[in-house]
Design a protein around this ligand. Structure first.
Ligand code: TXA
Ligand code: MG
Length: 324
């Protein structure tokens, strides 16, 4: 059974680094969502991580490192990658880059690809842990495969308590959505997953447009994480709902509720003041709360697409996709 360790306790980071160094599994907060960490250089630890997640072993993992220098030891950066790293690290951006010869990340963690996904998280607990361990940490979101990503330590334990060694409790995460994933691996910059860094911010830094994810939900994935039904609550979602149907719960956005809102079984508002950043931070915990309330169907109000709205709409489209 996993221990839940408030990071305020002295020695918490040391203990977590010791467990990772010995091949164990530690969940920890990043500014996006909680990650389930394993020593990325230890194939046995990475195998344990896949087993804990119930994740298909072909799905590659993000290698988390403490700074840009550590990322350069793993991967080759072209000019665009350098620009992006300088602008957004530490932060909610993942770069998929060509693996450098002698890259310390275990082949199992990259699913045998010749690219590696790297990220420098900004969260102080993640930073402290990476500094203490001094090795890259492979970390998918700390949920069972197919569930929504955890934004609190309680979410992590609900999914994984009996499968991991420790969760560092750093309170709710601030961004609430996973990192934006960009590939810069020889054919320009491609947006693989919208996330915590809005596309407009990326385009401003690059001085040009970036192509959207190539496969819309429902098509065969190139990156396995693009599976349409990856982010799945139990309840059925109806998107862009202009009215609430009998029996539905309501996932609202903004101060003005749709017709029939008064008959909603339960209502949770992503941001009653219509703030897209607040909505992102609340998305996964509200989906989990509606699942816990046992609702069968959720009407979701239209969410604007600007800024973090692109990533929110992407996750909602996946959550609404038919299950496989
Ligand atoms: O915010 C985040 O990114 C969180 C925190 C913990 O850092 N992590 C996260 O990891 O969301 P995960 O494993 O749930 O999603 C990572 C995605 C997967 O869809 C995976 O397929 C993709 O990154 N990925 C990893 N390596 C890749 C590669 N070499 N090429 C293409 N896609 C890759
Ligand atoms: Mg995930």
């Amino acid at each position: 059974m996993a221990q839940r360790q408030p990071v305020s306790e002295p020695g918490a980071i040391d203990a977590a680094a010791r467990i990772l160094g010995a091949g164990g599994l530690v969940a920890f907060p990043t500014e996006t969502v909680y990650g389930l960490g394993a020593d990325a250089t230890n194939a046995a630890a990475v195998a344990k991580l896949y087993a804990a997640k119930g994740r298909p072993a072909f799905n590659p993992l993000i290698a988390h490192v403490g700074d840009s220098a550590a990322a350069h030891a793993l991967a080759r950066f072209d000019a665009d990658a350098e620009t992006l790293a300088a602008a957004f690290w530490p932060g909610p951006l993942t770069l998929v880059l060509p693996k450098r010869a002698g890259c310390a990340v275990a082949d199992l963690a990259t699913a045998g690809l010749d690219t590696v996904a790297v990220r420098v998280p900004a969260h102080p607990i993640a930073q402290a842990l990476l500094a203490r361990l001094g090795r890259p940490v492979a970390a998918p979101s700390a949920n069972r495969s197919g569930h929504v990503s955890p934004t609190t330590a309680a979410h992590v334990l609900a999914d994984l308590a009996d499968r991991i060694d420790l969760v560092l409790d750093g309170g709710p995460t601030s961004v609430g959505l996973e990192s934006t994933i960009l590939a810069a691996a020889g054919d320009g910059v491609v947006l693989l997953r919208p996330g915590g860094v809005p596309r407009a911010a990326i385009e401003r830094v690059l001085g040009r447009g970036v192509s959207a994810p190539r496969e819309p939900p429902g098509e065969a994935p190139r990156a396995p994480g693009m599976l349409a039904s990856h982010y799945a609550p139990r309840a059925a979602l109806r998107l862009d709902a202009a009215a609430v149907q009998p029996g539905e719960a309501l996932l609202a956005f903004g101060p003005v509720l749709p017709a029939g809102a008064e008959r909603a079984a339960t209502t949770l508002n992503l941001s009653s003041r219509g703030d897209i950043v607040e909505a992102a931070a609340n998305l996964f915990s509200h989906l989990r709360a509606l699942d816990r309330a046992g609702v069968a169907a959720i009407a979701v109000m239209p969410i604007p697409h600007a800024g973090l709205g692109e990533a929110i709409n992407d996750r909602l489209a996946r959550a609404a996709a038919p299950r496989r």
